[in-house]
Design a protein around this ligand. Sequence first.
Ligand code: ATP
Length: 235
Amino acid sequence: MLRVEGLNAGYGAVQVLWDVGFHVDDGEIIAVLGSNGAGKTTTVRAVTGLLKPMSGSVQLDGRELCGRKSRAILDAGIVQVPEGRQLFTEMTVYENLELGAFSPEAKAKLAESLEVCYGYFPRLKERERQAAGTLSGGEQQMVAVARALIGLPKLLILDEPSLGLAPNVVDDILTVAHGMAKQQGLSVILVEQDVTKALSTADRGYVIENGRVALSGTASELSADEHVKRAYLGI
Ligand code: ATP
């Protein structure tokens, strides 16, 4: 469903991504792995249009999106849960969730989607009228994931969901993403520094090093790879 080829991107004159290519099938979870500064976030930003690529191809269901504005890419069905969540802290949980329904289809299905999300995260129902900024970090991450799901994405991008969160909260979020992928065909890109967690959730993965795809394979192939073990799993 998503096919990225020959992606080159950077900031000003500084090129960060070099010929990056990967694909995600329907209902598949792929992990994008790599150390600090490897280019994971830049890859995601180039896919979502937050950063205009220098060149390359980003196709969703055969439709070329490379170079389009981020709003057009969002409308096409690629929704990202940003690193750091970016909620409107003064607004209530409900109001934040409502903002996720940006398309007419998502607006029409808002009540139904809210029930699904409250089913996954019952805590959000209890906190519906509370200002989002007063929630715990884990609860705020749940709001961010629920808000993304309310947009009825075809492809969900989770950028570093484990950042600063308790392991059980991360597990809850990954379980929801896994459930949505396997039961409803949602495709997921999981950007994660916790390689053990990422490979236990994902079907396949890509390792980015110095802005290039250094390695790719199924989660079990990557888990067994000597370089991955040494560089990322500390074994
Ligand atoms: P992390 O896990 O630390 O978030 P990452 O793999 O996501 O790392 P990126 O954020 O994509 O890495 O950064 C890749 C490179 O691009 C780094 O060398 C970084 O310094 C550089 N970079 C990122 N954002 C900018 C920016 N706004 N302006 C200039 N350089 C940037």
